[in-house]
Design a protein around this ligand. Structure first.
Ligand SMILES: [Zn+2]
Length: 130
């Protein structure tokens, strides 16, 4: 399953947004549990794949319906959220949801920001779908 994450356009040409970091809704990151402006977090939602299975995907437009959760776009928070099964809890999913789409998006975000993390390989291993 390929996810078209390379086209994330969250960095729309609005540099002034960076200077107004006290505005906007605040959400709690699934990984580190810190409160953060929603614009700085990825919104993830659970979608059905049509076979009764639930897949966690990134809500890149902010318009996907359903229960959402929030995550810093970095390996550390992603790995912490996966390890603690925070996705399943936050999104009300029983069992282990497929979070590979989120992993792909986080990597794409990190690539955009040019901050590769040594934890990347480890996350990849942990992310193999059982
Ligand atoms: Zn975090």
């Amino acid at each position: 399953m390929t996810v078209d994450c390379a086209v994330i356009q969250r960095e729309t040409p609005a540099p002034e947004r960076r200077h107004r970091r006290t505005e906007g809704p605040v959400r709690t990151c699934l990984g580190c549990r810190k409160r953060e402006l929603a614009v700085d977090l990825l919104r993830v939602v659970a979608v059905s794949d049509g076979n009764g299975e639930r897949t966690v995907t990134v809500d890149q437009t902010g318009n996907l319906p359903g229960r959402g959760a929030w995550l810093h776009p970095n390996d550390r928070c992603l790995e912490a959220a996966i390890r603690r099964r925070a996705f399943g809890r936050a999104l009300r999913i029983t069992g282990s949801p497929d979070t590979s789409a989120v992993v792909e998006c986080v990597r794409a975000q990190q690539a955009l920001h040019g901050s590769p993390s040594p934890a990347r390989e480890q996350v990849a291993k942990n992310m193999s779908t059982p």
